[in-house]
Design a protein around this ligand. Structure first.
Ligand code: IPE
Ligand code: IPE
Ligand code: MG
Length: 253
C-alpha cells in the first residue's frame, strides 16, 4: 500500500463518496460469549443505525451494506428465519427515522425468494424514504455479484432479441449501466470486518477499482472509531487506476 502522508494533509485522497461493507463476524462474536449466532446477528443490526449517521456526518454519499448473500440460504433454517425477521423489523423500525434524516433507502438483490410480507416491507421502506437527498443507504440482501452480472446480461439479451439493441452496443459502459448501484458514485472503499479477506460473491464488477480494507474487528464491535480508521487508511491510499500519479516517476519515463 502506497502512503501519501497523514489523512489531514492536502495530499490525502478525497472522499470516500461511497463505502461498501461486508458485515462479517456476528457468529464469532456470539460464540466468544457462549451465545448462539442469533445473539450476534441482533447485536450486529444495532451497529447499523449509528453507522448510517456517522457516514452522513462524514460526507459519505452512499453506504452499501452486505446483509445476506445469495449463498446464505445454506445456513440452518432457524438462523435464516431469524435473519429474515431481523431484516423485517429493521425496515419497519428505521424507515421513518431515515426519512426524517433525509436518507434514501434501497434494497438490492433478488426479492422473489423473500416472503410476501418481507417484500412488502421492502417496498414500503423504499417508498417512505424515496425523496431523501442527504444520503443513500443500500442494503444488499439475497444479493450475489455473479447474479448481478447475469441479470444485466439477461436484460440486454432480451433487448437484442426484441430488436431494441444490437450486440455491438454491449460494451463495458452499457453493461455497467444495467448493474445495480450504477446510478451511485463508484464504490471507493470496500470494508470487510472479522479478519476474513475475501469478497464472498459481493460486488464483483463494481469493486474493480475499490480500495479494500480488512479489519479483525468483529461486526458487532465495528463502531465510529473503526469507521474512522478505515477512512483514514483510505485517504492514505494512492489510487492510480492503472496510470501514474507520482510526478517524479512520470517525469523520468
Ligand atoms: C455475518 O456474520 C452475517 C451474515 C452472514 C448474515 P456471520 O454469521 O457470517 O459471522 P461468522 O462469520 O460466523 O463469525
Ligand atoms: C458474507 O459473509 C455475507 C455477508 C456478510 C452478508 P459470509 O460469512 O456468509 O461469507 P463466507 O461464508 O465466510 O465466505
Ligand atoms: Mg461469516
Amino acid at each position: 500500500m502506497a502512503s501519501r502522508g497523514s489523512a489531514d494533509s492536502d495530499q490525502s485522497t478525497p472522499g470516500p463518496r461511497h463505502i461498501a461493507i461486508i458485515m462479517d463476524g456476528n457468529g464469532r462474536w456470539a460464540a466468544q460469549r457462549g451465545l448462539p449466532p442469533s445473539a450476534g446477528h441482533k447485536a450486529g443490526v444495532e451497529r447499523i443505525r449509528d453507522l448510517v449517521s456517522a457516514c452522513k456526518e462524514r460526507g459519505v454519499e452512499a453506504l452499501t451494506l452486505f446483509a445476506f448473500s445469495s449463498e446464505n440460504w445454506q445456513r440452518p433454517p432457524k438462523e435464516v428465519e431469524l435473519l429474515m425477521s431481523l431484516f423485517h423489523s429493521y425496515l419497519r423500525k428505521e424507515a421513518r427515522r431515515m426519512r426524517e434524516e433525509g436518507v434514501r433507502l434501497r434494497v438490492i438483490g433478488r426479492r422473489d425468494r423473500f416472503s410476501p410480507r418481507l417484500q412488502r416491507a421492502i417496498t414500503e421502506a423504499e417508498e417512505i424514504t424515496r425523496d431523501g437527498e442527504r444520503g443513500n443507504l443500500v442494503i444488499a440482501a439475497d444479493y450475489g455479484g455473479r447474479w448481478d452480472i447475469a441479470q444485466a446480461a439477461r436484460t440486454m439479451a432480451e433487448e437484442v432479441a426484441a430488436g431494441r439493441r444490437t450486440p455491438d452496443s454491449i460494451t463495458e459502459q452499457t453493461l455497467g449501466d444495467y448493474l445495480l448501484l450504477a446510478d451511485l458514485p463508484p464504490v471507493d472503499l470496500l470494508i470487510r470486518s472479522s479478519g476474513e479477506q475475501r469478497i464472498s460473491n459481493f460486488i464483483l464488477w463494481q469493486a474493480a477499482y475499490s480500495e479494500f480494507y480488512f479489519t479483525d474487528t468483529l461486526w458487532p464491535e465495528f463502531d465510529e472509531a473503526a469507521l474512522d480508521q478505515a477512512i483514514q487508511a483510505y485517504r492514505q491510499r494512492d489510487r492510480r487506476f492503472g496510470g501514474r500519479t507520482d510526478g517524479g516517476l512520470a517525469a523520468q519515463a
